[in-house]
Write a protein that binds this ligand. Structure first.
Ligand SMILES: *[C@@H]1O[C@H](CO)[C@@H](O)[C@H](O)[C@H]1NC(C)=O
Ligand SMILES: *[C@@H]1O[C@H](CO)[C@@H](O)[C@H](O)[C@H]1NC(C)=O
Ligand SMILES: *[C@@H]1O[C@H](CO)[C@@H](O)[C@H](O)[C@H]1NC(C)=O
Ligand SMILES: *[C@@H]1O[C@H](CO)[C@@H](O)[C@H](O)[C@H]1NC(C)=O
Length: 291
């Protein structure tokens, strides 16, 4: 009897934690600043660790490091702008573990972080009430997207864009994509308007269409489960069978994947895991589906 009560009590706790937090402008700005604080730490940390010589030894001329310095300056400006806008409600920077080991892995992660950041602003847009906040968010999203584009094309020699539409990332998946790099945040930081979703890990983050990949995530959600592939404004669903799924056709550049419990528009009702980033690099000879 006691056990049963405990189970019910736990179920009640789980239900409350998973219930969707209200998305208001202040909470979305706090999430935006959480992302900007992370970017700020990522770029300034990478630049203090790697000298111009380190960049050159890795095959990147010194002007590449100079541009990364400009990106670092811009991220510091975004963070300061949002901190001013939020005043006493501004979350402070956390401590981070980015896990890069050399200039190349720093640059690869920079491309992902910029894509996540641009997508997070675009995914928040539909929930923003104030048109002036929406306008500022859109201008920051465009800059983050240019930065991602510069890294992907000029630095990494892949595509400058992913297709006709950028990919919007809803608030909870956006947080799930950065949470893996956050070690600890000050206790005084405000609670963010997100559902914490289990981390999703993939056996291959640059897979080919038609390839089978493994998905690892900690969840006891019952079958059937689906992988939702998000690319621009397109969502494609593939079945997950014993932790494996088949990568769909038609994905170009940077896309995202998350585990969902129904083939409906990925939303807080059907999220099972956080999202992971997947890259389908393409060269200048590729034609894009421009529908
Ligand atoms: C939305 O914006 C209007 C006009 O600025 C304001 O009156 C209202 O309180 C806002 N609603 C929310 C939920 O923030
Ligand atoms: C699932 O949880 C276990 C035990 O805490 C952990 O070792 C593992 O890394 C987790 N898997 C993922 C994909 O996060
Ligand atoms: C996916 O699962 C559904 C429902 O179980 C099934 O009808 C469909 O044939 C499956 N699709 C593939 C490609 O296996
Ligand atoms: C989404 O992409 C898939 C795979 O390329 C395609 O079959 C489908 O028609 C696309 N859906 C939309 C709404 O564009």
């Amino acid at each position: 009897m006691f056990l049963k009560t405990l189970v019910f009590a736990l179920a009640a706790v789980v239900a409350t934690t998973v219930s969707a937090p209200v998305l208001n402008d202040k909470g979305l700005l706090q999430l935006a600043l959480t992302i900007e604080n992370l970017e700020n730490a990522f770029f300034s940390g990478g630049l203090s660790r790697f000298s111009a010589n380190d960049f050159e030894d890795a095959g990147y001329p010194s002007w590449v490091r100079g541009r990364f310095q400009q990106i670092a300056d811009i991220e510091a400006t975004h963070a300061a702008y949002l901190r001013d806008a939020l005043g006493n409600d501004a979350p402070h920077a956390c401590t981070y573990d980015f896990g890069y080991e050399d200039v190349s892995s720093f640059i690869n992660l920079a491309q992902k972080i910029e894509s996540i950041s641009a997508g997070a602003y675009l995914g928040a847009a539909r929930h923003i009430n104030s048109t002036s906040t929406l306008n500022i968010g859109a201008t920051i999203a465009a800059t983050e997207s240019r930065q991602a584009s510069w890294i992907t094309s000029t630095v990494l020699k892949d595509q400058p864009w992913d297709g006709a539409f950028e990919t919007p990332i809803p608030p909870s998946p956006a947080y799930s994509l950065i949470q893996r790099y956050i070690s600890a945040c000050p206790d005084s930081n405000p609670a963010l308007p997100v559902v914490e979703l289990p981390t999703l890990k993939l056996s291959d983050t640059t897979p080919k269409a038609g390839q089978k990949i493994n998905l690892w995530f900690n969840s006891s959600a019952p079958s059937p489960l689906y992988a939702a592939w998000i690319h621009g404004v397109n969502e494609t669903y593939t079945n997950i069978t014993t932790g494996r799924t088949t990568v769909p056709h038609g994905l170009t550049g940077t896309a995202f994947v998350g585990v969902v419990s129904s083939r409906d528009h990925p939303d807080r009702d059907n999220f099972v895991s956080g999202w992971a980033i997947v890259n389908f690099p393409f060269d200048s000879k590729a034609r894009l589906n421009t529908r």
